[in-house]
Design a protein around this ligand. Structure first.
Ligand SMILES: Nc1nc2c(ncn2[C@@H]2O[C@H](COP(=O)(O)OP(=O)(O)O)[C@@H](O)[C@H]2O)c(=O)[nH]1
Ligand SMILES: [Mg+2]
Length: 261
Protein backbone atom coordinates (compact mmCIF):
# COMPACT_ATOMS: atom_id res chain seq x y z
CA UNK A 1 0.00 0.00 0.00
CA UNK A 2 1.05 3.50 -0.75
CA UNK A 3 0.88 4.71 2.82
CA UNK A 4 3.09 1.89 4.07
CA UNK A 5 6.05 3.32 2.24
CA UNK A 6 6.66 5.79 5.05
CA UNK A 7 8.31 2.97 7.01
CA UNK A 8 10.40 1.59 4.20
CA UNK A 9 13.52 2.68 2.39
CA UNK A 10 12.31 5.87 0.72
CA UNK A 11 13.80 5.21 -2.68
CA UNK A 12 13.43 1.46 -2.80
CA UNK A 13 11.19 -0.56 -5.05
CA UNK A 14 9.32 2.24 -6.78
CA UNK A 15 7.02 1.26 -9.59
CA UNK A 16 8.30 4.08 -11.78
CA UNK A 17 6.02 5.63 -14.28
CA UNK A 18 2.77 4.49 -12.77
CA UNK A 19 2.08 7.31 -10.40
CA UNK A 20 3.59 5.66 -7.33
CA UNK A 21 4.22 7.72 -4.20
CA UNK A 22 7.87 8.64 -3.66
CA UNK A 23 8.69 9.32 -0.04
CA UNK A 24 11.41 11.93 0.05
CA UNK A 25 14.82 11.17 1.46
CA UNK A 26 15.98 13.46 4.25
CA UNK A 27 18.63 15.19 2.18
CA UNK A 28 19.24 15.82 -1.45
CA UNK A 29 22.59 17.47 -1.99
CA UNK A 30 21.81 18.48 -5.59
CA UNK A 31 18.81 20.62 -4.80
CA UNK A 32 20.47 23.99 -4.31
CA UNK A 33 22.19 23.64 -7.69
CA UNK A 34 18.98 22.82 -9.57
CA UNK A 35 17.94 25.17 -12.36
CA UNK A 36 14.24 25.64 -11.60
CA UNK A 37 11.68 28.05 -13.01
CA UNK A 38 8.44 28.55 -11.10
CA UNK A 39 5.11 29.51 -12.69
CA UNK A 40 2.29 30.91 -10.54
CA UNK A 41 -1.11 31.68 -12.12
CA UNK A 42 -2.70 34.37 -10.01
CA UNK A 43 -6.03 36.11 -10.11
CA UNK A 44 -6.67 38.69 -7.41
CA UNK A 45 -4.22 37.29 -4.86
CA UNK A 46 -2.75 40.52 -3.46
CA UNK A 47 -3.01 39.26 0.13
CA UNK A 48 -1.21 35.98 -0.45
CA UNK A 49 1.16 36.31 -3.40
CA UNK A 50 3.88 38.08 -1.40
CA UNK A 51 3.80 35.33 1.24
CA UNK A 52 4.06 32.64 -1.45
CA UNK A 53 7.05 34.35 -3.08
CA UNK A 54 8.82 34.97 0.23
CA UNK A 55 8.37 31.32 1.26
CA UNK A 56 10.14 29.93 -1.83
CA UNK A 57 13.69 28.84 -1.01
CA UNK A 58 16.51 31.18 -2.03
CA UNK A 59 17.96 28.92 -4.72
CA UNK A 60 14.85 29.47 -6.87
CA UNK A 61 15.95 32.31 -9.09
CA UNK A 62 13.17 32.64 -11.61
CA UNK A 63 9.52 32.97 -10.67
CA UNK A 64 6.89 34.04 -13.19
CA UNK A 65 3.56 35.28 -11.84
CA UNK A 66 0.92 35.26 -14.57
CA UNK A 67 -1.82 37.73 -13.92
CA UNK A 68 -5.15 37.33 -15.71
CA UNK A 69 -6.44 40.84 -15.34
CA UNK A 70 -6.52 41.07 -11.56
CA UNK A 71 -8.29 44.17 -10.38
CA UNK A 72 -6.30 44.30 -7.17
CA UNK A 73 -2.58 44.89 -6.52
CA UNK A 74 -1.44 41.31 -7.33
CA UNK A 75 1.00 42.45 -10.03
CA UNK A 76 2.57 45.21 -7.92
CA UNK A 77 2.95 43.00 -4.86
CA UNK A 78 4.44 40.18 -6.96
CA UNK A 79 6.97 42.54 -8.53
CA UNK A 80 7.92 43.94 -5.16
CA UNK A 81 8.58 40.40 -3.93
CA UNK A 82 10.93 39.64 -6.81
CA UNK A 83 8.75 37.88 -9.40
CA UNK A 84 8.72 38.41 -13.14
CA UNK A 85 5.13 39.49 -13.73
CA UNK A 86 3.44 38.90 -17.07
CA UNK A 87 -0.11 39.60 -17.93
CA UNK A 88 -2.31 37.27 -19.97
CA UNK A 89 -5.53 38.72 -21.35
CA UNK A 90 -7.03 35.30 -22.21
CA UNK A 91 -8.83 34.16 -19.07
CA UNK A 92 -8.19 30.79 -17.50
CA UNK A 93 -5.73 28.84 -15.40
CA UNK A 94 -4.33 26.89 -18.36
CA UNK A 95 -3.86 30.01 -20.47
CA UNK A 96 -1.91 31.56 -17.63
CA UNK A 97 0.30 28.46 -17.35
CA UNK A 98 0.95 28.49 -21.12
CA UNK A 99 2.01 32.13 -20.94
CA UNK A 100 4.31 31.30 -18.05
CA UNK A 101 5.93 28.57 -20.17
CA UNK A 102 6.37 31.00 -23.10
CA UNK A 103 8.05 33.44 -20.74
CA UNK A 104 10.51 30.82 -19.45
CA UNK A 105 11.16 29.61 -23.01
CA UNK A 106 13.44 32.58 -23.64
CA UNK A 107 15.99 30.84 -21.40
CA UNK A 108 14.54 27.45 -20.45
CA UNK A 109 15.26 26.06 -16.98
CA UNK A 110 15.89 22.33 -16.49
CA UNK A 111 12.76 21.93 -14.35
CA UNK A 112 9.48 23.85 -14.18
CA UNK A 113 7.39 23.93 -11.02
CA UNK A 114 3.78 25.09 -10.97
CA UNK A 115 2.31 26.54 -7.81
CA UNK A 116 -0.89 28.41 -6.88
CA UNK A 117 -0.84 31.97 -5.64
CA UNK A 118 -3.22 31.57 -2.71
CA UNK A 119 -0.71 30.22 -0.13
CA UNK A 120 -2.57 26.91 0.24
CA UNK A 121 0.53 24.99 -0.75
CA UNK A 122 3.72 25.35 1.28
CA UNK A 123 6.32 26.71 -1.18
CA UNK A 124 9.16 25.57 1.08
CA UNK A 125 8.16 21.98 0.24
CA UNK A 126 9.34 22.49 -3.33
CA UNK A 127 12.38 20.32 -2.54
CA UNK A 128 10.05 17.33 -2.17
CA UNK A 129 8.90 17.85 -5.75
CA UNK A 130 12.38 18.33 -7.14
CA UNK A 131 14.05 15.41 -5.35
CA UNK A 132 12.65 12.54 -7.47
CA UNK A 133 13.59 14.38 -10.68
CA UNK A 134 17.10 15.16 -9.46
CA UNK A 135 17.48 11.56 -8.33
CA UNK A 136 16.59 10.44 -11.86
CA UNK A 137 13.45 8.63 -10.67
CA UNK A 138 10.82 10.77 -12.40
CA UNK A 139 10.18 13.34 -15.08
CA UNK A 140 6.85 14.48 -13.62
CA UNK A 141 6.15 14.84 -9.90
CA UNK A 142 2.68 15.61 -8.56
CA UNK A 143 2.34 17.02 -5.05
CA UNK A 144 -0.48 14.96 -3.54
CA UNK A 145 -2.67 16.63 -0.96
CA UNK A 146 -4.52 13.34 -0.52
CA UNK A 147 -1.40 11.67 0.83
CA UNK A 148 0.04 14.76 2.52
CA UNK A 149 -1.16 16.57 5.66
CA UNK A 150 -4.30 18.63 5.09
CA UNK A 151 -5.66 21.29 7.38
CA UNK A 152 -9.39 20.82 8.04
CA UNK A 153 -11.38 22.68 5.41
CA UNK A 154 -8.39 23.30 3.15
CA UNK A 155 -9.65 20.97 0.44
CA UNK A 156 -13.39 21.40 0.14
CA UNK A 157 -15.58 18.24 0.03
CA UNK A 158 -16.48 18.81 -3.62
CA UNK A 159 -12.79 19.07 -4.51
CA UNK A 160 -11.98 15.89 -2.58
CA UNK A 161 -14.81 13.99 -4.25
CA UNK A 162 -13.97 15.30 -7.73
CA UNK A 163 -10.29 14.49 -7.37
CA UNK A 164 -11.01 11.00 -6.14
CA UNK A 165 -13.44 10.28 -8.94
CA UNK A 166 -11.02 11.65 -11.52
CA UNK A 167 -8.16 9.55 -10.13
CA UNK A 168 -10.27 6.35 -10.12
CA UNK A 169 -11.19 6.97 -13.76
CA UNK A 170 -7.58 7.70 -14.72
CA UNK A 171 -6.47 4.45 -13.10
CA UNK A 172 -9.26 2.39 -14.66
CA UNK A 173 -9.10 3.88 -18.13
CA UNK A 174 -5.48 4.93 -18.49
CA UNK A 175 -3.60 2.61 -16.12
CA UNK A 176 -1.79 5.29 -14.13
CA UNK A 177 -2.29 5.63 -10.44
CA UNK A 178 -2.57 9.11 -8.98
CA UNK A 179 -4.25 10.20 -5.76
CA UNK A 180 -4.67 13.89 -6.62
CA UNK A 181 -4.76 16.47 -9.40
CA UNK A 182 -2.89 18.92 -7.19
CA UNK A 183 -1.61 22.18 -8.63
CA UNK A 184 1.83 21.99 -6.94
CA UNK A 185 3.90 19.92 -9.41
CA UNK A 186 7.27 19.74 -11.11
CA UNK A 187 8.25 18.55 -14.56
CA UNK A 188 11.42 18.60 -16.61
CA UNK A 189 11.47 21.21 -19.34
CA UNK A 190 12.05 18.61 -22.04
CA UNK A 191 9.12 16.48 -20.91
CA UNK A 192 6.88 19.53 -20.74
CA UNK A 193 7.68 20.24 -24.38
CA UNK A 194 6.80 16.66 -25.32
CA UNK A 195 3.38 16.96 -23.68
CA UNK A 196 2.35 19.84 -25.99
CA UNK A 197 0.01 21.23 -23.34
CA UNK A 198 -2.98 23.16 -24.64
CA UNK A 199 -5.89 23.25 -22.17
CA UNK A 200 -6.82 26.90 -21.54
CA UNK A 201 -8.60 26.49 -18.22
CA UNK A 202 -9.70 23.88 -15.68
CA UNK A 203 -8.48 20.85 -17.63
CA UNK A 204 -4.83 21.87 -17.33
CA UNK A 205 -3.78 19.66 -14.44
CA UNK A 206 -5.55 16.52 -15.65
CA UNK A 207 -4.32 17.05 -19.21
CA UNK A 208 -0.74 16.90 -17.95
CA UNK A 209 -1.34 13.65 -16.04
CA UNK A 210 -3.25 12.00 -18.90
CA UNK A 211 -0.61 12.87 -21.46
CA UNK A 212 2.09 11.61 -19.12
CA UNK A 213 0.17 8.31 -18.95
CA UNK A 214 -0.24 8.12 -22.73
CA UNK A 215 3.44 8.80 -23.39
CA UNK A 216 4.65 6.52 -20.62
CA UNK A 217 6.37 9.35 -18.74
CA UNK A 218 7.90 8.35 -15.42
CA UNK A 219 5.59 10.02 -12.90
CA UNK A 220 5.47 9.87 -9.13
CA UNK A 221 3.63 11.65 -6.37
CA UNK A 222 5.06 13.14 -3.23
CA UNK A 223 3.04 14.12 -0.16
CA UNK A 224 2.49 17.89 0.18
CA UNK A 225 0.66 19.75 2.88
CA UNK A 226 -2.31 21.97 2.17
CA UNK A 227 -3.83 24.72 4.26
CA UNK A 228 -6.88 26.96 3.95
CA UNK A 229 -6.31 29.63 1.33
CA UNK A 230 -5.96 33.34 2.02
CA UNK A 231 -8.53 35.40 0.10
CA UNK A 232 -11.41 34.23 -2.05
CA UNK A 233 -11.54 30.96 -4.04
CA UNK A 234 -12.23 31.25 -7.75
CA UNK A 235 -12.65 27.56 -8.53
CA UNK A 236 -13.83 24.98 -5.99
CA UNK A 237 -15.17 27.58 -3.58
CA UNK A 238 -17.72 28.77 -6.15
CA UNK A 239 -20.65 26.87 -7.68
CA UNK A 240 -19.77 27.89 -11.23
CA UNK A 241 -16.09 27.07 -10.79
CA UNK A 242 -16.87 23.65 -9.29
CA UNK A 243 -19.36 22.68 -12.00
CA UNK A 244 -17.15 23.93 -14.82
CA UNK A 245 -14.02 22.31 -13.41
CA UNK A 246 -15.78 18.99 -12.67
CA UNK A 247 -17.32 18.85 -16.11
CA UNK A 248 -14.11 19.79 -17.88
CA UNK A 249 -11.95 17.32 -15.95
CA UNK A 250 -14.28 14.35 -16.46
CA UNK A 251 -14.81 15.20 -20.11
CA UNK A 252 -11.03 15.46 -20.66
CA UNK A 253 -10.47 12.01 -19.12
CA UNK A 254 -13.21 10.38 -21.26
CA UNK A 255 -12.20 12.18 -24.47
CA UNK A 256 -8.60 11.08 -24.02
CA UNK A 257 -9.81 7.49 -23.52
CA UNK A 258 -12.07 7.44 -26.58
CA UNK A 259 -9.47 9.10 -28.80
CA UNK A 260 -6.82 6.54 -27.82
CA UNK A 261 -8.75 3.58 -29.30
N1 LIG B 1 -4.14 33.51 -14.07
C1 LIG B 1 -5.24 32.96 -13.58
N2 LIG B 1 -5.19 32.42 -12.39
C2 LIG B 1 -6.32 31.88 -11.91
C3 LIG B 1 -7.56 31.87 -12.60
N3 LIG B 1 -8.47 31.26 -11.82
C4 LIG B 1 -7.82 30.91 -10.70
N4 LIG B 1 -6.54 31.29 -10.77
C5 LIG B 1 -5.48 31.05 -9.80
O1 LIG B 1 -5.36 29.66 -9.74
C6 LIG B 1 -5.12 29.25 -8.41
C7 LIG B 1 -6.20 28.30 -7.98
O2 LIG B 1 -7.43 28.99 -7.85
P1 LIG B 1 -8.24 29.00 -6.49
O3 LIG B 1 -9.14 30.18 -6.49
O4 LIG B 1 -7.29 28.90 -5.33
O5 LIG B 1 -9.09 27.69 -6.62
P2 LIG B 1 -9.37 26.64 -5.46
O6 LIG B 1 -8.02 26.13 -5.03
O7 LIG B 1 -10.23 25.60 -6.09
O8 LIG B 1 -10.07 27.38 -4.38
C8 LIG B 1 -4.97 30.54 -7.59
O9 LIG B 1 -3.62 30.90 -7.57
C9 LIG B 1 -5.77 31.55 -8.41
O10 LIG B 1 -5.33 32.87 -8.24
C10 LIG B 1 -7.57 32.47 -13.88
O11 LIG B 1 -8.58 32.53 -14.57
N5 LIG B 1 -6.39 33.00 -14.32
MG1 LIG C 1 -6.66 27.33 -4.10
Amino acid sequence: MVRGRMDTDPQHDIDRGRGEVWWPAAQNPNIAAADVGVIIPALNEERSIGLVLDALPGFIERVVVVDNGSDDATAEVAKRHGAIVVSEPRKGYGSACLTGIDTLAEDPPDIVTFLDGDFSDDPSEIDRLLAPILAGDAELVIGSRAVGARQDGALLPQARFGNRLACVLIEQLHGYRFTDLGPFRAITWDTLQRLEMSDPDYGWTVEMQLKAARLGIASVEVPVSYTRRIGVSKVTGTVTGTVMAGYKILWTILREYWSSD
